[in-house]
Design a protein around this ligand. Sequence first.
Ligand code: BGC
Length: 747
Amino acid sequence: MNSHITYSDDFMIKETRFEFDNPSKTESLFTQSNGYLALRCSTEEAYCFQKRDMFVNGVFDKAMDDEVSEIANLPDIINLELYKNGKRICLHSSPVLSYERTLDISDGLLTRKIRQEGHSLTYERFVSMAERHLAAQRVRFTGSEDCTISIITGIDGQETNMGSQHFHEGVMRFFNLNELEMASRTVSSGVTAVISSSVKILLDGKEIGMKWAVDIKRRAIYLRGSIDVKAGSELTICKLSCIHSSRDAEGDGSSDDALRRSREEREVLFSRSFDDLMADSSAVWKRLWENCDVKITGNERDQALVRFALYHLLIMTDGKDDRLGIGAKGLSGEGYKGHSFWDTEIFLLPFYQFTQPEKAEALLSYRWNCLESARKKAAEHGFRGAMFPWESAWIDDGETTPLWGGADIVTGTAMKILTGELELHVTADIAYAVQAYYETTGDDTFMNEKGYRLIGETAMFWASFIQWDEDGSGHIRNVIGPDEYKEHVDDNAYTNYMVHHNLKLALRYKDRIGMKDFDEGLVRKAEEGLYLPQPDENGIIEQFAGYHELMDLDLSKYRSADVVGTIYEDYNMDQLRMYKVSKQADTLLLFILLAHDFSPETAKANYDYYEGRCLHDSSLSRGTHCLIAERTGRHEEAYRFFEEGLLTDFGSSLKSSAEGIHSACMGSIWQDAVPGFCGIEVLDGALSVNPHLPPSWDSIAFRLFYQGQRLHFSIAKEKIGIVNEGSKAVRLKIRGEEKILEGGCEI
Ligand code: BGC
């Protein structure tokens, strides 16, 4: 892997050297979060090129009128600078004898150990899984000579989102001899963030009262103090921070309430020790892993990297607030501005609905809570029903896709981003996800309260959107399909088939939709008349009308490039539309999502045709290719795509994850390992299992929830073991053979 980041055993990832020129990869990969509060892994002492970020899920803001709503970078709490006899301690201050930064993904503890000439330092940090508002840091210093250590640490609101400042100056104060508080509001959404820190000093394990000086600067408040430390003595600095916002689900929305909750909670939390708080957090982590772990034997690398993906899946959402989606980078960076895409419904939801159904329910309820703004978007465009935004932030932010992107190589100006206007399939993807969730969980309450209506509203949008030709055929024109290298296309196969599925569902559930303006006649007309491109004489389904007339292009240079998007260095969007080149899986997704509507031969023919024309320039691509290669019997290729997916973030490229990890890719890794290689799907009301493990795997074991029952699977090459840990029977199909597995029983 030739990377400075590696894994040491099943639950440990490790950075073996600090990358001064590219610290951001580790900052993203080693992100700590509980789904509410997130910290990128910046170091306590500052270095160039760092991107310090702290996010509270849901704190979105627009910095300026001409910008879109984005997840706001909160004031920094991590900063902690040490000076020895007046000289700043950092990795340059004296020769480094040993260095190691580890993230224990079993409990989220980050540890950095540095041995330098003259002293050694251990930094530890966690974001509590038990106390969602708490982040804790501990630094331990031991010197080889007597010295004076000066400490400067505080709350620093000078951090921005790549230059955009989201917070007003705010109110800062120092109190209780060692505590700081900053309360400030976002500039346009008016969300108040209350941040407070307490700093305690211990010498050889004994707390000592420190006489702090306080500095208040522009948007920053700092404690400053010095202490004499004898050679061999251990100085410990323990900083606990509490972060609350007026958008917290448990609050009443006011700033006063955020302040009150912050003060009440921190009084209790600040009186506790780092170890005690860590123990509570570890206990919650243990329970999370119990349901979600995937144990692979035979291939250590795959085991470690699948768990690394699971770690990120566990920290990107806590499922406790149904006004929040999942950002394309989770909470690990500013990339994609914290916005949610179809990534959630198609690439992430399967993991949650099978392992933590309550999180899947919260994510779909987020879409439900966005319904009014989706209806508004449809009405503004002259359509009926609900038209969901391509990029989504806070529930009433509406469409948040930015208008301008990277450079157009031909015109030299910024490219207009058209996805917010034209990439419409997300609306059908949401309906698809509702049905998939229902088939897996059997959650009638959700369906009655929200699910049927979501299916009805989305179907009404499509029924009013379809254009009719004189021959009575319905068409979906001027869209962008999943392949974003093609704009303004007509009858994108993926979109049309997914819309058709949406319309069919609405007709199936027509009596339960409970929507006043549901027009059954119009939906039926759309379902019957919508054009669905059929396989041609070679079995190929045309990606969109006119695709077959496009020219082929030699893609070898772009397919082998280290970074994605290099085709933009040679072609602009107008030119790209002339060629058979796609950014990511498009038509091929149909053979996964609607697999049983097509023959295996059609799936194979399309895989062979489209894969070679795809650049995999989106992290959403390889996982799909793995699944389809697996299902069409190309096991070696499937495994190759799986490996490439594993390395999307973990691989040696220093730049690819700088702005955050790829959350959909993490979902795909789970989908490839579990539904993919174990052949798991819900089929005709049964949970079907049909494994084909990669040659290097001896066995795989995991738990899934199906119809409310927890099932434990242990699959080896020749053997499938399933324990129904629930109390009710479930219908299974094991290698095609139907079986009923009673509660408490095993096969
Ligand atoms: C992909 C989209 C995806 C988005 C966020 C884009 O590069 O083309 O399909 O939704 O990234 O992950």
